[in-house]
Design a binder for this molecule. Structure first.
Ligand code: NDP
Ligand code: OXD
Length: 309
């Protein structure tokens, strides 16, 4: 039996080499050199094309290259009886926490305004705001959100989180469920999205939800592009309701050359690299799942296919 690797954005050969070094003898097939599809019982994938995975009759488990699995579940022909595992990694959580802290601090320390002033050679003192007067709200208090929230509390920010289920994290007020979304949003001077993209969360940052934020709020989206209704965000920025946005993920990636986000004075664009799966850090957990599969043990870090994350 063999492991198939499919990705158009990672260095598939590097991943294959790292896997081979840890599991000598593992039969690894890197797309497009698949051989007999009947040989494939495991697949490590990122955004496979529609119907691709359904073409492997002996597939027993699928592993995502990353934390998110929306790019796999977007395939309506995904064989639903095949379990899927995802990456939950301290390195990834650390990278994401750095990204969130960096952009929260940019907002907090008014870097956008100072850069604007510098371009105009304007020496202007901006009144400071104490961190305790800012509330940072994190949508999605999972493996990534919880770590970012904790780091933000170290700076003295008020931190609130929103998730499906109630959380108990020291120093972080927990809101949960649809009913508490409005109460959560009303607090957030910065709204950070670290949700998975599911039918429930698609388009969650919309004109309605943004209107519930305090005037002058800032948005950081490192979840998925599909969380944001882009036209609504542009409208809120252009009407000075929001003070700015940092966006790492987009409805279409790479972000098209003519997209208004590229040149918008209030938007910071990063190319979907808030946090990356690093082969040397992540491969051990994939190897662990391959071994468990071979030994007939339950997989770890399994995705609940009924909720989509
Ligand atoms: P987790 O599955 O660990 O956490 C997801 C969180 O979202 C949970 O707290 C969950 O609530 C909450 N959630 C899900 N659905 C809802 C809903 N309908 N209403 C309220 N809360 C909800 O995921 P990770 O933290 O590991 O990753 C989150 C996402 O980050 C990924 O799915 C991916 O899209 C994105 N990502 C982006 C990267 C980048 O570089 N830009 C890198 C890595 C990931 P509960 O805890 O109650 O289940
Ligand atoms: C992920 C990502 O989901 O990098 O891991 O987006």
């Amino acid at each position: 039996m063999a492991l198939l690797i499919y990705t158009l954005i990672h260095d598939a050969d590097e991943w294959a080499e790292t896997l081979a070094a840890q599991l000598p003898g593992l039969d690894i097939r890197v797309y497009p050199n698949i051989g007999d599809p009947g040989d494939i019982d495991m697949a490590l994938v990122w955004k496979p094309p529609v119907g691709f995975l359904a073409g492997f009759p002996n597939l027993k488990f699928v592993h995502s290259f990353g934390a998110g699995v929306d790019g796999i579940l977007a395939d309506p022909k995904y064989p639903r009886h095949v379990p899927m595992a995802r990456v939950v990694d301290a390195g990834l959580a650390n990278g994401m926490a750095e990204y969130v802290v960096l952009h929260v601090l940019r907002f907090h320390r008014q870097v956008q305004a100072m850069q604007f002033n510098q371009r105009n050679k304007t020496w202007k003192w901006l009144p400071p705001v104490d961190a305790s007067e800012r509330t940072i709200g994190i949508m999605g208090m999972g493996a990534l959100g919880a770590v970012a929230a904790k780091r933000l509390t170290d700076f003295g920010f008020q931190v609130v989180g929103w998730s499906r289920r109630l959380k108990a994290i020291d120093g972080v007020a927990s809101f949960h469920g649809e009913d508490q979304l409005e109460g959560f949003l009303r607090h957030c001077n910065v709204l950070v999205c670290l949700l998975p993209l599911t039918p429930e969360t698609t388009g969650i940052i919309s004109r309605r939800t943004m209107s519930l934020l305090p005037r002058g709020a800032y948005i950081i989206n490192a979840g998925r592009g599909g969380h944001v209704v882009e036209a609504d965000l542009l409208h809120a920025l252009d009407n000075d309701y929001l003070s700015g946005a940092t966006l790492d993920v987009f409805a279409e990636e790479p972000l098209p050359e003519d997209h208004p986000f590229w040149t918008h004075p209030k938007v910071t664009v990063t190319p979907h690299n808030a946090a990356d799966s690093i082969p040397s850090l992540v491969v051990p957990q994939i190897v662990e799942n391959i071994c468990r599969h071979r030994e007939g043990k339950p997989l770890l870090r399994v995705v609940d296919l009924t909720v989509g994350y």
